[in-house]
Design a binder for this molecule. Structure first.
Ligand code: CA
Ligand code: CA
Length: 258
């Protein structure tokens, strides 16, 4: 009985297998490309190549430091140290910057005095002076405010007063240039006259106003008194035309400076 059942089962299974196999459909389309696989391991190193050709051309020489014009020749003007050879000793770098000024040195000692120079040549003789004429000037500005002044003149000796010509001039200080007035007669202004007296060693001068009123006539208008003493022999006869009131003509006549 059991064997029969097994056979029946086998028959059923076989039948079902035939049924499934006979039921397979047609083949479907090709599916998409799958993802790339992982890289494989590195392969072994290859063999060394052959050595290249070592016979390349040599490079050109560089420029020598002394060859300023780069012509490869030592030119005369490249012989900087002047020894007749152009070589590395002629190589010069660029000038450096000037250094800072040094501190001043200590003053040296004074040198010895030099020897005296030679005397110069004598100058030319000056014009002859007039030994027979004396001209003396006195400052009378300190006597301002007076109407009468006395000036000490030691040169007026008794002999001079007896033999020589004596002229007295007053300088009027208020004009530019100054004017000299003969101290006898009218003064610079016609409102007064000048009266001069000569005594031994002294000149006396009085200013008299024409209106008879005596005032402080020497108010500083006259600041200098000049005494001219001329030997009588120097006053030539026939020269009476000299106007002694003209101060400059008189000075010229006696050869005196103004
Ligand atoms: Ca050169
Ligand atoms: Ca040289």
């Amino acid at each position: 009985m059991r064997t029969q059942f097994s056979r029946i089962c086998i028959l059923i299974i076989s039948f079902l297998t035939i049924v499934f196999l006979s039921c397979e459909g047609p083949e479907g389309p090709e599916g998409p490309v799958g993802p790339a696989g992982a890289a494989g391991p590195q392969g072994p190193a290859g063999e060394d190549g052959e050595d290249g050709d070592s016979g390349g051309a040599a490079g050109e020489d560089g420029q020598a430091c002394w060859d300023l014009n780069d012509n490869g020749v030592g030119d005369p003007d490249e012989d900087f140290n002047g020894d007749g050879i152009v070589d590395v000793f002629d190589c010069q770098g660029a000038d450096g910057q000037n250094g800072a000024d040094g501190t001043d040195g200590v003053d040296g000692q004074d040198g010895a005095d030099g020897t005296d120079g030679q005397d110069g040549a004598n100058g030319q003789d000056g014009a002859d002076g007039n030994a027979n004429v004396a001209s003396i000037v006195f400052d009378i500005s300190g006597q301002a405010g007076q109407s009468f002044i006395s000036v000490s003149v030691p040169e007026l000796t008794e002999q001079v007063l007896a033999e020589d010509l004596v002229l007295i001039y007053l300088r009027y200080a208020n004009n530019d240039p100054f004017e000299w007035i003969l101290a006898s007669g009218f003064g610079y202004n016609p409102d007064h006259i000048l009266v001069t007296k000569l005594i031994v060693g002294e000149v006396l001068i009085e200013l008299r106003e024409l209106d008879g009123v005596t005032g402080a006539l020497f108010s500083g208008d006259y600041d200098r008194l000049r005494v001219v003493i001329a030997k009588a022999s120097t006053v030539e006869t026939g020269k009476s035309s000299i106007d002694f009131k003209d101060y400059y003509e008189t000075m010229d006549y006696f050869g005196l400076s103004y």
